[in-house]
Structures are given as C-alpha cells and as structure tokens.
Design a protein around this ligand. Sequence first.
Ligand SMILES: C=CC1=C(C)c2cc3[nH]c(cc4nc(cc5[nH]c(cc1n2)c(C)c5CCC(=O)O)C(CCC(=O)O)=C4C)c(C)c3C=C
Ligand SMILES: [Fe+2]
Ligand SMILES: [Fe+2]
Length: 343
Amino acid sequence: MKKGVLLVNLGSPESPEPKDVKKYLGEFLMDERVIDVPLWARTLLVKGIILNTRPKQSAKAYKKIWWEEGSPLIVLSEQLQDQVQNHTELPIALAMRYGSMTIKKGLQELVDKGVDEVFLIPLYPQFAMATTETILVLAEEVRQADFPNLKIDSLPAFYNKPDYIKVLAESVKGHLQDKDYEHLLFSYHGVPERHIRKSDITNGHCKIDGSCCETASKAHEFCYRHQCKEVTRLVGEYLGLEENTFSTSFQSRLGFDPWLQPYTDRTIERLGKKGIKKMAIVTPAFVSDCLETLEEIAMEGEEIFHEVGGKEFTTIPCLNTDSNWVKLLAEWINKWAETPAKV
Ligand SMILES: C=CC1=C(C)c2cc3[nH]c(cc4nc(cc5[nH]c(cc1n2)c(C)c5CCC(=O)O)C(CCC(=O)O)=C4C)c(C)c3C=C
Ligand SMILES: [Fe+2]
Ligand SMILES: [Fe+2]
C-alpha cells in the first residue's frame, strides 16, 4: 500500500472583496455543524440576515490583514505543507474545509500519486464539532462517493500530547523572552455552549459550570472547553507560571446565543481596568495566523487594552512554521507510516 498525508485547515475567501467574503461565509455558515439549527432556520439566519451585513464588515477586516501572496491562513498553511514535506518521504497534500482547495481535490492529488492509504490531519489541536468533526464527516462522504477503495486514518485531537505542549510552551517562552508581562491570556476561538452539550458522549457530564471540565470524564475526548482549559493548564505547568498570572478566554462570538465564557474582549478590558499594564496573549486554537489572530486579537484586542489604560500588548504568533512544530508533525506522520496504531 502507498501512504500519503492530507493536512486540512479551515479555508479563507478567494479575496478580501465583499463578494468573495460573502461566498465563503455562505458556505461556512451553512454547514450544519457550524450553525447547528434546522435547515429552514439556518437558511433564514444565514441567507436572510447574516449575509446581508457581515460580508461588508468582514471584508474590511480581511483587507487589513491580507498579504500580497493572499490570505495569511492559506499562505501559512502552504508554507507548513512545504516544510513538513522536507522532513518526510510521504506525499503531503493540503486542503481546506471551505473554499476552492477542497478535500476532494486534496484526496485526488494523493490518489494521482498512487496513494491508497491516507493520514488525515485536521489542523486543530482541540476537537470541535465545527472544525474537526465537520472535516472528518466530509472526508468520509467524499471517500464513499469518489474513492471507495481509499483507506483513511485520522490524527485525533492532540491538545494534551506532551510533545505538542512542549513545542507550544517553548514557542511562548521564546516570544516572551525579552518581554516583561504581568498577565498571559490564552484566547481560544469560542463556540456556542450548545455545541459542547451536543458533543457530550455521556449525555450529561458537560454542564459548563465551574467544575465539569476539571472532573475526569469520558466526555472530555470530545469536549472543546475541557481541551482548551487543559492546554492552558499544561502550558502553565510547563512554564512554571504562577497562579493568577495566566487565564483562559474565548473569542470571536457570533449571534445572540450564549458562547463559551469568559469572552476575550471583556477579559482584556477587565485586565486593563484592574491595573494590568503589560499583557501577552497566545491563541492556541489556531495553528496558523489568520483573521481571528491578526485582526481581532493583534489589532482590536490591543486597541481595547490601550483604551482602558494598558500600555504593552504582546501578541504571540501561532506556531505557523516554527521548526519544532514542523518536525513534530513530520514525526507523527513518519510514526503513522511505520505503525499507524501508535500515533
Ligand atoms: C457560528 C459560527 C462559528 C463557529 C461555531 C466557529 C467556530 C470555529 N472557528 C474556528 C476557526 C476560525 N474561524 C475563522 C473565522 C470565522 N469564524 C466564524 C464563525 C464561527 N466559527 C466566522 C463568521 C468567521 C469569518 C470571519 C468573520 O466574519 O468574523 C477563522 C479565520 C479564517 C480566515 O480566513 O482567516 C478561523 C481560523 C475554530 C477553531 C472554531 C471552533 C473551535
Ligand atoms: Fe470561526
Ligand atoms: Fe466539560
């Protein structure tokens, strides 16, 4: 059997123009695992409301962060693909869940190279219905429809793998080496609370209260909130951070339903009002910098902090093409090629 790898990230609009942003948001938000309401309600909400206003607003934000080569998320994912390819003999393809770089095209590229066994890597450290699950479900649909003889294995969420925590923590340490900071905020993309309950395989553990995520449970294999909190705890432990000098928050909420809390924007405001003058922020739900890190955090977040008296706001880049991260991905890939069950 010939083996190959498919890296999958979220995707971006073709350009930062409102018409392309609208097309992208239309596909993204009509995904039943992103806006998880019945089709009629989703259609009404997305096509009747969100797509009438959001594309213009989001296009403005995209224009602020867009690079000459294209969307940062796509460019950085392509760079990651190239660099991982330098560390393995297996062919590496790249796909996006939304947009023109489809999972079908990615699988076709591998099949054209003679691959019949694929290691699918969703580029998300934590499991979420709106990210990992939607990728796995679509990949299986595409496999059944177009590549029935293909075998697909996938990398489970790697949020608590000691080698991943080490790479992330060392990156944080490197970026904060010459920085003086009073608080380190771990900001993760938010999800509606309802998503956490839906992914609860025990049907009742996740109460989204003060303690469920800290109480051992099978539910945590699919609990995004637990997995985010664990990344913060494990990195804090690795770096020897003192209690109350670091915390977790959730960004990018959309709509009126309750999302995971505390919200990042309010947390930044609260820290500034409390008298914190120097803060740093890391965004471990993303492996590549994107709109949500470059605009929402590095621009809007900094502005909020300064408005309430904060002085120094340090944004730590995502792992992007960090050499330890590239080597670690290649190590997982090469281990899978030798003994798939061990990864
Ligand atoms: C109901 C809406 C959304 C859920 C749930 C959601 C979950 C989720 N998203 C990411 C990662 C990314 N999201 C990005 C952009 C983005 N996300 C939403 C909505 C939901 N995300 C929207 C509407 C947008 C577009 C921008 C905007 O209009 O605000 C991105 C950046 C893409 C880019 O092109 O740079 C990423 C990455 C995760 C990890 C996640 C759940 C865990
Ligand atoms: Fe998102
Ligand atoms: Fe939980």
